[in-house]
Each structure stands twice: as structure tokens, then as C-alpha cells.
Design a protein around this ligand. Structure first.
Ligand SMILES: [Zn+2]
Length: 152
């Protein structure tokens, strides 16, 4: 459970949530790689939380008769359940957006993949959770031939 929470906190508090800033800093190709890694980290978190959840129910049976422990285990299992859902949701949102941007990342004119600068983007709130998947679109310009198009 500790491992799971660490992964979630590190990602939700880090600037990695700011897609536009990240793509500008890293370039689209490296950003895309990172999305895959980050998505995988969420999937692992979801899996670990699920194990904790099941372990919690297991313990529940053994601790019957002690109301305090019963409650503590129940709360832990519920938290793990929520964490599983949140982490899994992030995993799917991150990966589906990364995939969509990757599919559109080819310049329609010169066919160069993933080499562009961002012109504009859907607005994203400062503390908007990852689950919203924003920004849903980016307006970009090819670094090679200056053609502009839209991702997402
Ligand atoms: Zn181009």
C-alpha cells in the first residue's frame, strides 16, 4: 500500500501533469515514451492496491470478534479499493491520450513524426486531476516544414 500511495503522490504533485509544458521541454517523442512508463506505473499501482484489498478481506475473516480491528481492516481495504480504481483510471486515460496524440503526430505535409512545436491547446486548470485527460487537443506546427495541424 505504501508503494502504491508513493507512486500516486509523486505523479499527482509533479509537473508531469502539465502536458503542454512537458512536450515543450522534452519534445514529443520523449514525452510519449514517458507517458507509456507513467501509465505502466499506474497499472502496477492498481495491481498492488488490488492485492492489498484482497489481503484486507482475508484478514477480516481472521479478526472476527474484535470490532476495532474489524473497522481498521475494513477502512484499509476500502482505501485500497478506491486507490485501485483511481490508478486504473489514470492508466487508461494517460495511455489513450498518448496513443491518440501519437497517431496524429505525423506532419500531414512532410510526414515527419513527432517533431513540432505547440501553438495552442485546450485550457487546463492548475489542479485538474489527471483523470479528465485534458488537454484533449493541441494545435501544433511542424519544425521541419512549418505546416500547422491539430492533434487529438
Ligand atoms: Zn512537416
Amino acid at each position: 500500500m505504501i508503494i502504491g500511495f508513493t507512486v500516486i503522490e509523486r505523479h499527482s504533485n509533479s509537473p508531469t501533469m502539465n502536458v503542454v509544458e512537458d512536450i515543450r521541454r522534452l519534445g514529443f517523442r520523449r514525452w510519449y515514451e514517458r507517458q507509456l512508463v507513467e501509465g505502466f506505473a499506474y497499472m502496477v499501482t492498481a495491481f498492488l492496491a488490488l492485492i492489498v484489498l484482497l489481503a484486507g478481506y482475508e484478514s477480516l475473516a481472521q479478526l472476527r470478534g474484535s470490532p476495532f480491528f474489524y473497522l481498521a481492516i475494513f477502512v484499509a481495504a476500502a482505501a485500497a479499493g478506491v486507490l485501485t480504481l483511481v490508478a486504473f483510471r489514470r492508466f487508461t486515460v494517460l495511455l489513450s491520450r498518448a496513443e491518440q496524440f501519437a497517431n496524429d503526430a505525423e506532419c500531414p505535409q512532410c510526414k515527419t513524426w513527432g517533431r513540432f512545436e505547440i501553438l495552442s491547446t485546450e485550457a487546463v486548470g492548475e489542479d485538474e486531476p489527471v483523470e479528465t485527460g485534458r488537454p484533449h487537443w493541441l494545435r501544433v506546427r511542424c519544425r521541419k516544414c512549418q505546416q500547422a495541424w491539430r492533434l487529438g
